[in-house]
Design a protein around this ligand. Structure first.
Ligand code: LLP
Length: 416
C-alpha cells in the first residue's frame, strides 16, 4: 500500500518532513497525525478533474471534522456536505461559505432545519416525504424558502461493506427513484420550497466505477423525465464514496471517477456537479500513533497491547477493516504472528488480528495507517478514556489541532 508523504527516512517513519518519534515525544500517544499536503493533493485531484465543468467539491465533514482540516478544505475552495447541526456549526466556524454547504441525512430535526435555513445553505438533500413536509413548514414559519434536492435511492448494489452500502432499495436512505418524479412536481408547486437539485449517494469505500455508471444511467432517465415535465434543475449531487487502498484494493482515481461521471452526464452541461468525497481526501492522510505497553505471550496467542484502542479507532472492530501497522523505528527483527489490541475490556477491541508483524518491544511506537477518515470522528470516551490529541503536519512543522482530552473533560456536564 502506498501512503504518499508517509515514508521511512533512514530508519525513522516520517510524515512529510517530520519524524513521528519526535512528534510523539512532544505530544504523547495515542495521537492522530495528519498530512496537510496529502489532504491538499487529494482535494486538488477532484478540483482538477472537474476543472472543465461547473462544480462544487463539498467535503464530507463526517470523515474528519477538525476545524483545521475544514480550514484546509476552505482554503482549497471546497464546500461541505453536512449531516447535523453540529457539522454545520463546524463548517461555519471554519469559514466555509453557507452557499457551499449541502445538508444530507434521513433524520434532520426541526431545529437543525431552522439553523440551516437561517444560515442560508445551498440545499437540503431531502430523503423522505415526511421530511419534505416538515421542511416546508419550518421554512414557511421562518418566512424563508428552502432550497431542495431530492436524494433518490437508485436500487444499485454498490459492492461494499453492508454497513456502508446505501444504494439498495431496502436501506433507510433516499426516496425510491420511481417515486421521485411525483414528488418533484408536488414540491415545485409549493412556494416555501425551491427545487434546485437531484442527489444520490450509493455507498462508501467503492472500488469500481461500475455501480456509479449504473446509477448515472438511472439519474439520466429521471433528469430527462423531469425536463420533459418542465422541471429544470441547477445541481446534480452524485455524493461521495470513492474508496481508498487499505489492503490491496485498487479503487479508481478521482480523475477516472470524475471522467466516468462527466462522460455519462455530458449532455447535462447546464448542471453544476456536486461531489461529497470524504474518505478519499482524508483517509490516506492520517494515522493513529500508539505506543506498545506490553508484549503478552500466552500459550495460544501473542498480543501487542498498545495504548490506543477501539474507542480511538473503531473501524477494525466495527467493520473488521484492515489497517496497515508499521513500526516507527524500522530495524531488522524477526516476524511473528500477533494481534495488536488496546486496553478496552472487550475481545472486539483490536487494531489488527493475527498478523505477521515485526516484533516490537514495550515503549516502541506503532503507526496505524489509513486512519484519517472515520478515525477520530468516530472516537468515543468508552472505558472513560480521554480522546487522543490531533496533530497536523505541514512540511517541516507540525501543530496541535486538538489538544488531548483531560480527565476533567471526561466529567464535564455530569452531576453527583
Ligand atoms: N455523502 C453522504 C450522503 C454520505 O452518507 C457519506 C458517507 C459521504 C458523502 C462520504 O462518503 P466517503 O467519500 O467518505 O466514502 N464510517 C464508515 C463510513 C461511513 C460513510 C457514511 N457516509 C467507515 O469507517 O468506513
Amino acid at each position: 500500500m502506498s501512503f504518499s508523504n508517509i515514508y521511512y527516512k533512514d530508519s525513522d517513519l516520517y510524515v512529510e518532513e517530520c519524524s513521528l518519534a519526535e512528534i510523539a515525544k512532544d505530544m504523547g500517544t495515542p495521537l492522530y497525525v495528519y498530512s496537510a499536503q496529502t489532504i491538499r493533493a487529494n482535494f486538488r485531484a477532484y478540483s482538477q478533474a472537474l476543472q472543465n465543468q461547473p462544480h462544487l467539491v463539498a467535503y464530507s465533514v463526517k470523515a474528519a471534522s477538525n476545524l483545521s482540516i475544514l480550514n484546509l478544505i476552505r482554503e482549497e475552495g471546497g464546500g461541505a456536505d453536512i449531516v447535523s447541526g453540529g457539522e454545520l456549526s463546524r463548517a461555519q466556524a471554519a469559514g466555509i461559505s453557507p452557499q457551499k454547504i449541502v445538508f444530507s441525512g434521513v433524520g434532520k430535526t426541526t431545529q437543525e432545519m431552522a439553523q440551516a435555513l437561517k444560515a442560508g445553505i445551498l440545499m437540503f438533500n431531502v430523503e423522505s416525504v415526511p421530511e419534505l413536509t416538515v421542511l416546508a413548514t419550518v421554512a414557511g414559519d421562518l418566512g424563508l424558502v428552502a432550497k431542495v434536492a431530492f436524494r433518490v435511492n437508485p436500487d444499485i448494489d454498490p459492492k461494499t461493506h453492508p454497513y456502508i452500502a446505501t444504494g439498495f432499495k431496502e436501506t433507510k436512505f433516499g426516496i425510491p427513484i420511481s417515486e421521485a418524479f411525483d414528488l418533484y412536481q408536488k414540491a415545485a408547486a409549493d412556494p416555501r420550497l425551491s427545487v434546485i437539485g437531484l442527489d444520490c449517494h450509493i455507498g462508501s469505500q467503492l472500488t469500481s466505477v461500475e455501480p456509479m455508471k449504473a446509477t448515472a444511467e438511472r439519474l439520466n432517465l429521471l433528469l430527462d423525465k423531469l425536463s420533459a415535465g418542465g422541471i429544470t434543475l441547477k445541481y446534480l449531487d452524485i455524493g461521495g464514496g470513492l474508496g481508498i487502498n487499505y489492503h490491496g484494493e485498487t479503487p479508481p482515481s478521482p480523475v477516472e471517477w470524475v471522467a466516468t461521471m462527466a462522460s455519462l452526464l455530458a449532455k447535462r452541461k447546464e448542471l453544476t456537479l456536486v461531489l461529497e468525497p470524504g474518505r478519499s481526501i482524508v483517509g490516506p492522510a492520517g494515522l493513529l500513533l500508539t505506543r506498545v505497553l506490553y508484549d503478552k505471550v500466552t500459550p495460544y496467542k501473542r498480543f501487542f497491547i498498545v495504548d490506543g484502542a477501539m474507542n480511538d479507532l473503531i473501524r477494525p472492530s466495527l467493520y473488521d477493516s484492515y489497517h496497515e501497522i508499521l513500526p516507527v523505528l524500522d530495524r531488522q527483527r524477526p516476524l511473528s504472528l500477533v494481534s495488536v489490541v488496546g486496553p478496552v475490556c472487550e475481545s472486539g477491541d483490536f487494531l489488527a488480528k493475527d498478523r505477521q508483524m515485526p516484533l516490537a518491544e514495550p515503549g516502541e511506537l506503532l503507526a496505524t495507517l489509513g486512519a484519517g477518515a472515520y478515525g477520530f470522528s468516530m472516537s468515543s470516551n468508552y472505558n472513560s478514556r480521554p480522546r487522543p490529541a490531533e496533530v497536523l503536519v505541514d512540511g517541516k512543522s507540525f501543530k496541535t489541532i486538538r489538544t488531548r482530552e483531560t480527565l476533567a473533560d471526561l466529567l464535564k456536564g455530569e452531576t453527583l
